[in-house]
Ligand binder design. Structure first.
Ligand code: NAI
Length: 247
C-alpha cells in the first residue's frame, strides 16, 4: 500500500532503533524520507540499506540541539524535495542517574536533545507547513513521561515536557490543518534498552500483560498511522505503545 506517495517525511534519529524502523516503514509505503541524525556513520549505513529498495531517501547530518544546523537542514530538505509534510521528532537519549547522583551535565544533555531538539525542529519546519496548510507532527514521549521512573529524573522531565508541547501545539496549529500527536512507547528492544540491567528488563516483561518487550516496528506502525489520512481528526493525543504495562 503506497499510502504516503507524494509525502515528504523528516525523521530525526532515523539512523537507528525505532527511527530506522520508521524509515523503512515509510519507504515501503511510498514516502520520500529524509533522515536527520547526528550519527553520520550509522546514518550512511541506514541510508545504503534503505536505498536497496529503490525508494527516495536521504541522510543529513544534523545535531537537533543546534538551531542553526536544524535551520540549514530544513532549507536543504525544502530545496531538494519541495516541502515537508510530516515531522517525526524521534531523536532521544538517556543519561540515567538518581537525583542523589545525577550531574548537571547529565541533566542538561537530556534536556537539550529530548526537549530543545524537539522545539528546534518543530519551530523550524512549522512555517513551511503553514504555507501548505498541511502538516503532521509526531513527537516521541515515553511511558516514563506519563508515570515517571526510578533513576530517570532528567528523561522523565523531558518526556512529560514533550506531552505538554504536543497538546499546546495541537491547540495553536489546528487551524492550519496541522495535527500534533505523541507516541508513548513502553520498553522497546533497541540499543537504548541495552543499557538497562537484564534483571530490570525481565521484571518489566513480567509486569507487561503482553509478556514481551515492544519492537521498533510496533512504534513505527503507530507513527505511520498518525501520519496517515486515517488519523486526520486525531490531534493532541498521546498514544501508548506499551503492551499495557502501565494499566
Ligand atoms: P536509539 O538510541 O536506538 O536511536 C536514537 C537515535 O537518535 C540515534 O540514531 C542517535 O544518533 C539519534 N540522536 C541522538 N541525539 C541526537 C541529536 N542531538 N541530533 C540528532 N540525532 C540524535 O534510541 P531508540 O530506542 O530508537 O529511541 C527513539 C526514541 O524513542 C527516543 O526519543 C526515545 O527516548 C524513545 N523511546 C524509546 C524507548 C525504548 O524502550 N527504546 C521507550 C520509550 C521511548
Amino acid at each position: 500500500m503506497k499510502r504516503f506517495k507524494d509525502k515528504v517525511i523528516v525523521i530525526t534519529g532515523g539512523a537507528s532503533g525505532i527511527g530506522k524502523s520508521a524509515v523503512n516503514k515509510f519507504l515501503n509505503d511510498g514516502a520520500t524520507v529524509v533522515i536527520w541524525d547526528v550519527n553520520k556513520e550509522q546514518g550512511q549505513s541506514t541510508l545504503a540499506e534503505a536505498r536497496n529498495n529503490g525508494s527516495i531517501v536521504d541522510f543529513m547530518k544534523v545535531n537537533t540541539t543546534n538551531p542553526e544546523e536544524v535551520e540549514q537542514a530544513t532549507s536543504a530538505t525544502i530545496e531538494k524535495f519541495g516541502k515537508i509534510d510530516v515531522l517525526i521528532n524521534n531523536a532521544g537519549i538517556t543519561r540515567d542517574a538518581t537525583i542523589k547522583k545525577i550531574t548537571y551535565s547529565e541533566w542538561q544533555q537530556v534536556i537539550d536533545v529530548n526537549l530543545t531538539g524537539v522545539f528546534n525542529c518543530t519551530r523550524s519546519i512549522i512555517p513551511r507547513m503553514i504555507d501548505k496548510s498541511y502538516g503532521r507532527i509526531i513527537n516521541t514521549s515515553s511511558v516514563v513521561g506519563l508515570y515517571g521512573n526510578f533513576g530517570q529524573v532528567n528523561y522523565a522531565a523531558t518526556k512529560s515536557g514533550v506531552i505538554g508541547m504536543t497538546k499546546t501545539l495541537a491547540k495553536e496549529l489546528g487551524k492550519h490543518n496541522i495535527t500534533v500527536n505523541a507516541v508513548a512507547p513502553g520498553f522497546i528492544a533497541t540499543e537504548m534498552v541495552k543499557t538497562i540491567p537484564e534483571k530490570v528488563i525481565n521484571l518489566m516483561i513480567d509486569k507487561t500483560p503482553l509478556k514481551r518487550l515492544g519492537t521498533p516496528e510496533d512504534v513505527a506502525n503507530t507513527y505511520a498511522f498518525l501520519a496517515s489520512d486515517e488519523a486526520a481528526f486525531i490531534s493532541g493525543a498521546v498514544i501508548s505503545v506499551d503492551g499495557a504495562v502501565t494499566i
